[in-house]
Design a protein around this ligand. Structure first.
Ligand SMILES: [Zn+2]
Length: 70
């Protein structure tokens, strides 16, 4: 009796970790956000080991040269 486990949960499509029920089909909310972000931005690329550390509070401030009026 050797039947394949068809009920085995699929791994997270983002990182490959075991899926978590609350965040299926992902393993965490982070992975769900990552996948969503890909669709929103239209670029379905997998960053090689990069993290969300790029998002610094200091980087949110942008200065436009056009705003230099008056
Ligand atoms: Zn994941």
């Amino acid at each position: 009796m050797t039947d394949t486990p068809k009920n085995a949960p699929a791994p997270c499509p983002v990182c490959g970790r075991p899926m978590v029920r609350d965040y299926r089909p992902f393993c965490s909310r982070r992975c769900a956000d990552i996948d969503l972000g890909r669709w929103f931005t239209g670029q379905y690329r997998v960053p090689a080991g990069s993290d969300f550390n790029d998002m610094d509070e200091n980087h949110t401030r942008r200065v436009d040269p056009d705003e230099e009026v008056g």
